[in-house]
Design a protein around this ligand. Structure first.
Ligand SMILES: Nc1nc2c(c(=O)[nH]1)N[C@H]1C(S)=C(S)[C@@H](COP(=O)(O)OP(=O)(O)OC[C@H]3O[C@@H](n4cnc5c(N)ncnc54)[C@H](O)[C@@H]3O)O[C@H]1N2
Ligand code: MOO
Length: 398
């Protein structure tokens, strides 16, 4: 049996590049950007008034003028109006393109207008209320760097600079396969000895957070059927995410079938709880099989502790470091396994991230997964974990 750290290294040694593709900016939310987004021109692209009011030549004010004849009105979107006389001004609206003959904008609140003449009631400053061309960024400056998740802000910036197609990281093709004769569809009422399938849809839903639309398959514990379907899936998908059938049971066929189909075992079993019988392998075509133990909490933990970091690495996420949190109470765990306890993360009034451990009944007890939001990873070498100690956490409901 290998350690958590060895398993992590083996999985992260299988990072793959799935390439890039172009998508419309309107479909890009949540994808990973594979190129920098540049300013297509200076930002702002012209001198723009930041208020509605009048624009004057400051030289006129410096000569002692306080009244200016209104020679035009310019709204946003209209061509710039030139003013040649220090005695004149124009009315101009926020966001219009100010002509370079004008260099001071005074808001309506600070003037009075009568018979086509504006009188200023303040002492204006040269250049006031003007957002200068290129003040924010110059043409070709980087506005958004590659390798980050595309957010609404990034989509807005892309729209502003006319970048309507975005280069993004391609996503792996994934099928989620659950197994077990005892499992029935969530739509039916199970008999006393049956359970409803939930692992498959849970995995699929986690993948949706990364915009991956995985296919879903449930297989009976039938050796020939499993072999036939895995053969098909290995040819059609990049990654198989499986749940169940990897332990010591008479019907736990997956490890054997995978190896018969040329999927080399990279490890089977990790010194951890939950998720001990996790099986991981790859075939010659670099197709990866993550076969998680069937218990729902084991699946959930292995998915967040091993698969999600692998995926983030493949997609080149900029920040991929685990969080640390402070243990909120003492805890003992004697078995020689790395223990992943379900915790509720909360920020205290000093800004510290606290992990409150929630009592659960092992990896078959999924009933606390909604009231908790992370696994805390407690090292193998210790059996007593004291309040105040700091450990890695792997968030899920955040
Ligand atoms: N003799 C031994 N028995 C077991 C060992 C062991 O070391 N020696 N390990 C135990 C551990 S730890 C785990 S975890 C389980 C994992 O077993 P499998 O991966 O073979 O999983 P199954 O037996 O197929 O399923 C276990 C349990 O999980 C639930 N389940 C399965 N599929 C789903 C699904 N799609 N949705 C919801 N829940 C599911 C179900 O209750 C199964 O009974 O093995 C121990 N045994
Ligand atoms: O290691 Mo198994 O996943 O808990 O009970």
């Amino acid at each position: 049996m290998i350690s958590v750290q060895q398993a992590e290294e083996l999985i992260l040694s299988q990072i793959q590049d799935f390439g890039t593709e172009e998508v419309r900016y309107t479909d890009a939310l949540g994808r990973v950007l594979a190129e920098d987004i540049l300013a297509d021109r200076d930002l702002p692209p012209f001198e723009r008034p930041t208020v509605d009011g009048i624009a004057i030549r400051f030289s006129g004010y410096e000569k002692g003028l306080h009244t200016f004849k209104i020679s035009g009105v310019q709204s946003a979107g209209e061509a710039s109006i030139e003013v040649n006389s220090d005695h004149d001004c124009i009315e101009i609206m926020t966001g219009a393109a100010l002509h370079n003959s004008l260099n001071c904008v005074i808001r309506y609140e600070d003037i009075s207008i009568e018979n086509g003449v504006a009188t200023i009631n303040i002492n204006p400053k040269k250049g006031q209320n003007i957002h200068l061309k290129g003040k924010d960024k110059k043409a070709d400056d980087v506005l958004v760097t590659a390798n980050q998740v595309i957010t609404p802000a990034i989509i807005g910036i892309a729209a502003s600079v006319g970048k309507t197609n975005l280069l993004v990281k391609k996503l792996p093709k994934i099928i989620v396969i659950s197994t077990g004769d005892e499992m029935v569809s969530p739509d039916v009422i199970p008999s006393d000895f049956q359970l409803r399938q939930s692992n498959g849809i849970t995995i699929k839903s986690v993948l949706q957070k990364y915009q991956i639309k995985a296919d879903l398959l449930h297989l009976k514990d039938d050796y020939d059927l499993i072999k036939k379907e895995l053969t098909r899936c290995l040819s059609q998908y990049d990654v198989l995410l499986m749940s169940g059938g990897v332990s010591m049971g008479k019907f736990d066929f997956l490890p054997q079938v995978c190896e018969e189909l040329g999927v080399e075992k990279l490890f089977h079993k990790i010194k951890q709880r939950p998720g001990k019988p996790f099986w991981f392998g790859k075939n010659e075509a670099q197709k990866l099989v993550f076969a998680f133990p069937g218990n729902p909490v084991s699946v959930f933990m292995c998915l967040h502790r091993y698969f999600v970091p692998w995926l983030k690495n493949c997609l080149g996420f900029e920040s991929n470091t685990p969080l640390n949190a402070v243990l909120d109470s003492d805890l003992n765990f004697e078995p020689p396994l790395q223990y992943f306890a379900q915790v509720k993360l909360q920020v205290n009034s000093s800004g510290q991230l606290l992990a409150k451990v929630i009592d659960t009944n092992g990896s078959g007890d999924f009933s606390h997964l909604a009231e908790t939001n992370a696994f805390i990873e407690l090292p193998l070498e210790k059996t007593h974990f004291a309040k105040g100690e700091v450990y890695k956490v792997w968030p899920y409901n955040l």
